[in-house]
Design a protein around this ligand. Structure first.
Ligand code: SAH
Ligand code: SF4
Length: 404
């Protein structure tokens, strides 16, 4: 076999794998964005879809542009508060559409200023979202799935089965509801500082297993006539869904964070079980070809520090060897415990020795300060009570009825 055929075969395999992942994601689709009264949710529609909705009710396409401005730039949720739209038209829109937000089930603020919301959706499912303020800016950590199919050993979300994927409206909605909570509307335009300035897709779930909805939501967030957040302010974290990484880079160009956490396959197989499918060398190859990775836009390798598991000096040296040539920084995350978690956090000494070796090799190696631990809002502590609904089996129901 020539090199060229081998490469072509690999590309074909990876395309097939991508299709399989997208098809599987569709099995966990969110419910339709229509209310019981038949009104359609407008949040989460692409611009093109919004135009289609307007045309379908006999309106001109420019209405979509007006609505877009009110929904995403001004943050308005009520048609009667859109003065550029005539009263009769407002009433017509109100009959047919809604501009929704996830419901706030609880909101907690940590002693360090971190805020966490438990948001509920129309079907009763829930996710958590966190805002982590910094001096003059802050990041909103967004969830993409209710639960997760991957069961990384150190992650609280990983103990919760995947219930379903979030829809684009639910993903953008988390950011919009967080902005509501801080009153940050209209969207600050260029130059004006933003409190909610960044998005990190690092909440519950694996974003590359819900790619279509995540991509749609990010296109809405990045649209310059709405929220207008630049792709440089968005970072997507993946546990290493290799076949989807190229697509994400080519289509969205957002910053990439990779949950590496171990430098040997035996260890990574154990703590990030997805490694059995996409081992370290394949993952790093995907990082090497990630479009847009430059020194100005480095890939972040996340590395959770687990005492006695992955935190030795030899591990640090191996890490440096593995990522050689990749424009990268290494984010060291002290393990955040949760009730029943099987690991301990590495000692401060071990973390700093590790950080120094990585730094000496020329890679920034910040140690992430745990934020919001007191309200279980830190990395990997998020979990909800949502459970997958079991399909009711007719036979079982009959048997129960007979027994009663
Ligand atoms: N599923 C994606 C994004 C969500 S997890 C992913 O795995 O990358 C966001 C980050 O938190 C990941 O790097 C994850 O490995 C890390 N994390 C999970 N549990 C953690 C814990 N208990 N302590 C510290 N970091 C954790
Ligand atoms: Fe899922 Fe990420 Fe948690 Fe792993 S670390 S179980 S991929 S949310």
């Amino acid at each position: 076999m020539t090199d060229a055929t081998a490469t072509a075969d690999a590309a074909e395999l990876s395309a097939a794998e991508r299709d399989r992942i997208l098809a599987k994601a569709a099995l966990f689709s969110p419910p339709a964005a229509t209310l019981a009264d038949g009104r359609r949710e407008l949040v989460g529609l692409s611009r093109e879809e919004l135009v289609e909705e307007m045309v379908a009710i006999g309106e001109k396409p420019f209405r979509a542009k007006q609505l877009w401005h009110w929904i995403y730039h001004q943050g308005v949720t009520d048609f009667s508060r859109m003065p550029t739209i005539a009263r009769t038209m407002q009433a017509k829109l109100e009959e047919r559409f809604v501009i929704g937000r996830p419901g706030v089930t609880t909101e907690q603020t940590s002693t360090d200023g971190t805020r966490k919301w438990l948001f509920g959706f129309r079907d009763g499912q829930q996710v958590e979202t966190v805002y982590i303020p910094d001096e003059d800016r802050g990041a909103v950590c967004i969830s993409t799935q209710v639960g997760c199919t991957l069961s990384c050993k150190f992650c609280h979300t990983g103990t919760q089965k995947l219930v379903r994927n979030l829809g684009a409206a639910e993903i953008v909605g988390q950011f919009m509801a967080a902005r509501d909570s801080y009153g940050e509307w209209p969207s600050p335009t260029d130059g004006t500082p933003r409190m909610l300035s960044n998005i990190v897709i690092m909440g519950m779930g694996e974003p590359l297993y819900n790619y279509e909805n995540v991509a749609k939501a990010m296109r809405i967030v990045m649209d310059g006539e709405g929220i207008g957040l630049s792709k440089r302010r968005i970072t997507l974290s993946t546990s290493g869904v290799v076949p989807m990484m190229d697509k994400c880079g080519a289509e969205l160009g957002v910053g990439l964070a990779v949950s590496l956490h171990a430098v040997r396959d035996e260890v990574r197989d154990e703590i990030v079980p997805l490694n059995r499918k996409y081992p370290i060398d394949e993952l790093l190859a995907a990082c090497r070809r990630y479009p847009g990775a430059t020194n100005a836009r480095r890939i972040t390798f996340e590395y959770v520090m687990l005492k006695g598991i992955n935190d030795s000096e030899a591990d640090a040296r191996e890490l440096v060897r593995l990522i050689k040539g990749i424009p990268a920084k290494v984010n060291l995350i002290p393990f955040n415990p949760w009730p029943g978690s099987p690991y301990e956090t590495s000692s401060n000494n071990a973390i700093h020795r590790f950080a120094d070796i990585v730094l000496e090799a020329g890679y920034a190696s910040p140690v992430r300060k745990p934020r919001g631990r007191d309200i279980l809002a830190a990395c990997g502590q998020l979990k909800t009570e949502s459970e997958r609904q079991r399909p009711v089996r007719a036979g079982a129901a009959v048997m129960k009825a007979a027994a009663a």
